[in-house]
Design a binder for this molecule. Structure first.
Ligand SMILES: Nc1ncnc2c1ncn2[C@@H]1O[C@H](COP(=O)(O)OS(=O)(=O)O)[C@@H](OP(=O)(O)O)[C@H]1O
Length: 395
């Protein structure tokens, strides 16, 4: 009895220390699980970890491919969540500013890219992809597909919608590499690109390429296999849209009617005015066909991008060899905006329409001038339908 009474207190600390160790291990395990859970994008309402694009844009200096910000005072998992939240906000702000700036005029410099899909079917693939990108996998590649035009055709809408696809990663801003920045070299260009994993497509859009004489040869020398996408729109409406954009920046410019004509009395159209020139699609296309087979160029209808975005996106996904993930389930028609919008914005669960500079009200143009322009473009449009094998219904 005496022996056992003496032995009992000596034995007590042992189970307690084991218990403590067990508790510490359990806590560590739970913490690790929670951190992993957050990294896998499940601990917040935020839809996905975001990685800054290759090069910092004018709005987001220092973003280059790293997580932004830091919260030294917070526990690591909260700091990670806070960083993600801040980064998401900055990317959203940057995107809004890019859209608010007159699209085609935005200078080069990277812009946002995102990892992961929003909305619809690509969710889990997107999350796996984002996690891999988050862990530093993937590499910057030159684009395999480029939206080369046309200015005011609906190029921003196409890129924004395509980015919903988990296998598409794109530069947000327009790099203008093959027109304004070519002397900077391919390494500079590649560095603007977001990281991609095997099987993902890198994309960019710069609508001025379509009318840049040197662009086809330059893109072909980068890669003959580059897939090209052109969003075309009725050249008359396109010209008015182009004019509306310039007018918003320079309210003192002459009227559309006076800029249209070299001589209003004779009715001679001023084809040197870029707003008119860009719409002569057949002429610009001839230049591209010197370097690319027609089958390597996809022509997207700017009008159908508005009336049936899912239909056009279906064609684009096929052309890019992507699974048809973006469908009509991703879109809704916003009556206030008067345009189709995404049900889920990238990086959030909220609906997303393009910015104020997309879908502007056009000034009223003298119908006689409009008719004169229709007559002017008709033969060029016919030629363009013939070359592409598609009737865009502008005439
Ligand atoms: N979903 C949606 N929301 C808003 N706007 C849309 C959409 N789809 C196509 N569009 C049309 O896109 C036109 C702008 O074309 P771009 O994005 O190519 O312009 S830019 O060249 O990048 O400046 C823009 O031209 P405007 O209407 O003249 O503003 C729109 O008509």
């Amino acid at each position: 009895m005496a022996v056992s009474a003496a032995a009992a207190p000596a034995a007590e600390p042992l189970p307690r220390s084991i218990f403590k160790k067990f508790l510490v291990m359990l806590c560590s395990l739970l913490m690790s699980l929670y951190v992993f859970y957050c990294l896998a994008d499940r601990c917040q309402t935020l839809p996905g970890p975001i990685i800054a694009a290759g090069a910092a844009s004018e709005e987001d200096e220092g973003g280059g491919g790293e997580f932004l910000g830091g919260s030294a005072e917070l526990p690591p998992w909260q700091a990670a969540a806070a960083r993600r939240k801040r980064l998401l906000q900055r990317l959203k702000q940057r995107r809004r500013r890019q859209e608010a700036a007159p699209g085609a005029e935005v200078p080069a410099g990277g812009g946002g890219s995102r990892a992961g899909g929003s909305g619809g079917g690509g969710g889990s693939a997107g999350t796996a992809g984002t996690l891999a990108l988050l862990l530093g996998e993937g590499s910057k590649r030159l684009p395999q597909a480029i939206i080369i035009g046309v200015k005011k055709g609906g190029t921003r809408a196409l890129l924004e919608f395509l980015r919903v696809h988990p296998d598409v990663r794109a530069v947000g801003a327009e790099p203008h590499f093959f027109d304004r920045n070519y002397e900077r070299g391919l390494a500079w260009y590649r560095d603007l690109m977001p990281r991609t994993l095997e099987g993902q497509i890198t994309m960019e859009k710069t609508p001025s390429y379509f009318v840049t004489k040197e662009a086809p040869a330059r893109i072909s020398s980068m890669s003959k296999g580059t897939k090209l996408i052109v969003v075309v729109r009725d050249p008359v409406t396109r010209a008015i849209s182009d004019y509306t954009q310039t007018l918003s920046k320079k309210p003192d410019i002459p009227t559309f009617e006076s800029l249209t004509f070299k001589n209003r009395t004779t009715g001679l159209i001023d084809t040197s005015w870029s707003a008119i020139q860009i719409g002569i699609y057949a002429k610009h296309l001839e230049n591209w066909l010197l370097y690319f087979p027609i089958g390597q160029i996809l022509f997207v209808s700017g009008e159908r991008m508005i009336s049936d975005p899912a239909g056009e996106l279906g064609r684009v996904q096929d052309f890019l060899g992507l699974k048809r993930i973006i469908t009509d389930k991703h879109f809704y028609f916003n009556k206030t905006k008067g345009f189709p919008c995404l049900k889920k914005a990238e990086g959030s669960s909220k609906p997303h329409c393009l910015g104020k500079t997309k879908g502007r009200t056009h000034p009223d143009i003298d119908q006689e001038v409009v008719q004169r322009l229709r007559d002017f473009y008709r033969p060029f449009n016919m030629k363009f339908y013939q070359m592409t094998g598609q009737d865009f219904g502008w005439d």
